[in-house]
Design a protein around this ligand. Structure first.
Ligand SMILES: NC(=O)c1ccc[n+]([C@@H]2O[C@H](COP(=O)([O-])OP(=O)(O)OC[C@H]3O[C@@H](n4cnc5c(N)ncnc54)[C@H](O)[C@@H]3O)[C@@H](O)[C@H]2O)c1
Ligand SMILES: [Zn+2]
Length: 345
């Protein structure tokens, strides 16, 4: 297949493009080289320095293309209000332009990079009252060291459970809102254009090529940067926050499988899948694993960031049964190896 990969100079897009090529696909690489992601770096050889909002430039590149793997996005925590127009521009408008250009060019297969942030919070259960949707944790509670969510009916501490793809979408930031919008645009394009699409909801992705310690990079890179400075990784709350860490090589393979499934699907099919390792890990354990062998112990600070969620842990079941995807890299091995993997500057 000839596949146009957007965001191909990025952390995940680069791995996806390489994996598709390795599998024998012909890849067209597109990346606008956002300064936020790349500073003043020149595009890598073979990359078309095109902004996905440029319909004309896309039209020329879509000639002969069978499918698009849309990885390009402005990423980050989406906390700064001032960034709202940029999230909407790169992610919402960018996706809309890509979809319209695909339709114009007769390209009807899409794999979309989505995110666990579409869920907002994870799933919580009370031993007596079953699934519960707790209110956001208050500043007063966090200040007092009460980091857990409590059952609205009985006040007991809620345990975590696996989030599946049927969970309610509940974006909590401008970034998350733009990722939900991308999925919604893709789903409506599938109906309007008689096309097919798969959205992959990546969980915490880590591995070689991950951006260095910036306000926008993931916690694994931040822990690693602390260790490189000889400082103890700072772990917020009690370190018991549960997450799913999935290696970028597994994410790339999930993309390959999704592409094959999209190619095999008839028109009108839209599906979303969690892309996760299926091996939940606490944030304290992540800090310990990344620091394994350094002799530097993480420090549980009891600090907190308002808006952080307590637990988000995904079910890998649907991706396993429908895409045939199961992660190969166990965080117990992948996270210590990440300590010495090359990062992007
Ligand atoms: N890293 C994670 O843990 C994670 C988790 C969930 C979802 N995702 C999603 O995966 C995708 C890739 O993220 P990443 O972590 O590799 O980030 P990244 O910043 O490394 O890569 C994104 C790439 O997209 C490019 N880009 C942005 N806007 C563009 C535009 N308008 N036109 C063309 N190119 C543009 C950037 O220059 C960059 O190279 C994104 O869609 C992101 O939302 C990432
Ligand atoms: Zn209860």
């Amino acid at each position: 297949m000839r596949v146009l990969v957007t965001g191909s100079a990025g952390f995940i897009g680069g791995a996806v493009a390489a994996t598709l090529e390795h599998a024998g696909h012909d890849v067209v690489r597109v990346d606008a080289m956002l300064p936020m992601a790349h500073g003043a770096t020149e595009p890598p050889a073979g990359t078309h320095a095109v902004d996905v909002r440029d319909a004309e430039a896309l039209a020329a590149l879509l000639d002969g293309v069978d499918a698009v793997s849309h990885q390009a996005a402005m990423v980050g925590a989406g906390i700064r209000v001032a960034d709202l127009p940029d999230f909407a521009a790169h992610n919402d408008l960018g996706t809309a332009v890509v979809l319209a250009a695909m339709h114009e060019a007769g390209v009807d297969r899409l794999v979309l990079a989505s995110s666990m942030v579409v869920y907002g919070e994870g799933r919580y259960t009370c031993p007596d009252h079953g699934d519960q949707v707790p209110p956001p944790r208050s500043r007063a509670a966090l200040e007092a060291g009460d980091v857990d969510n409590h059952c609205p009916k009985c006040g007991r501490v809620l345990g975590w459970a696996l989030v599946d793809e049927t969970a309610r979408l509940d974006p909590r930031s401008s970034y998350a809102a733009s990722k939900v919008a991308q999925e919604h645009y893709a789903a409506s394009w599938v109906r309007q254009a008689d096309a097919s699409a798969v959205a992959l909801r990546y969980h915490n992705v880590y591995g070689p090529g991950m951006p260095r310690d910036t306000p926008y990079s993931g916690v694994a890179a931040m822990f690693r940067s602390s260790l490189e400075r000889g400082e103890r990784p700072q772990v917020y709350e009690d370190g018991g926050q549960m997450r799913d860490f999935v290696h970028v090589s597994d994410v790339a393979r999930a993309n390959l499988l999704a592409l094959e499934s999209v190619a095999a699907a008839g028109p009108g099919r839209y599906a979303a899948y969690n892309v996760c390792s299926g091996r939940p890990v606490s944030i304290l354990r992540v800090a310990e694993l990344v620091g394994a062998g350094t002799g530097i112990e993480p420090e549980v600070t009891g600090g907190y960031r308002l808006g952080d969620v307590r637990h988000v842990v995904a079910s890998p079941e649907r991706a396993r049964t429908e895409l045939g995807f199961a992660a190969e890299v166990d965080p117990d091995e992948g996270l210590p190896a990440f300590a010495t993997a090359p990062l992007r500057n």
